[in-house]
Design a protein around this ligand. Structure first.
Ligand code: CTP
Ligand code: MG
Length: 171
């Protein structure tokens, strides 16, 4: 069993393509209130968790919730794909402003598995070209996540490593 250590008051950024299992992982390892998802925020501002046109407002809300939790000394786990460097950069900036450490947890699954899962989903209707693009973004940045400003980067490769992971909050 691999134990991922995460600062109790800080930012956790989940990183992975659609269908990599971020929301499943978040539900398993964190309390619901500790997790802020882009889906939830899209739903709040549009009544449709899949409305991509609501993204700007959804992310503004997500950032506001993250900042508020960090200011109050709470853990904030961001459940969104976070495969783009600029998107992670916005989150890292918020963490820095609140003087807390950031952790990245990368769920790196084979493209085939993500596509298979997405096809079976009823909560999402994802065009097939989306995952390959997300995967390209992720692979390009994977080795440099530490340099972006994450104190710790945990990379879980494949279903077995993801299943075997445990999360430990440290003060
Ligand atoms: N799933 C699964 N086994 C796992 C993890 C996920 O069967 N070990 C399934 C989930 O039940 C879900 C689908 O795969 O139907 C996608 O998982 P999810 O956690 O929702 O993936 P996310 O990474 O959150 O995808 P998105 O970015 O689209 O929200
Ligand atoms: Mg999800």
């Amino acid at each position: 069993k691999r134990v991922l250590t995460v600062p109790e008051t800080g930012l956790v950024v989940l990183v992975g393509v659609s269908g990599s299992g971020k929301s499943t992982f978040a539900a398993r390892h964190f309390r619901p209130t500790q997790v802020i998802s882009s889906d939830f925020c899209r739903g709040v501002v549009s009544d449709d968790t899949d409305d991509q046109g609501a993204s700007a407002d959804a992310f503004a809300l997500l950032h506001h919730i993250v900042a508020t939790r960090l200011r109050r000394g709470l853990l904030a786990v961001v459940d969104a794909t976070n495969v783009q460097r600029a998107v992670r950069g916005q989150l890292l900036r918020i963490a820095k402003e609140h003087d807390v450490l950031s952790t990245a947890i990368v769920l790196d699954v084979p493209e085939r598995l993500a596509q298979e899962r997405n096809r079976a989903r009823t909560d999402r209707d994802l065009p097939a070209h989306v995952v390959p693009r997300q995967r390209r973004d992720l692979r390009r940045d994977l080795r440099n996540l530490g340099k972006e400003g994450f104190r710790r980067v945990h990379v879980l490769r494949g279903e077995d490593e993801i299943d075997a992971a445990a999360v430990e909050l440290e003060r």
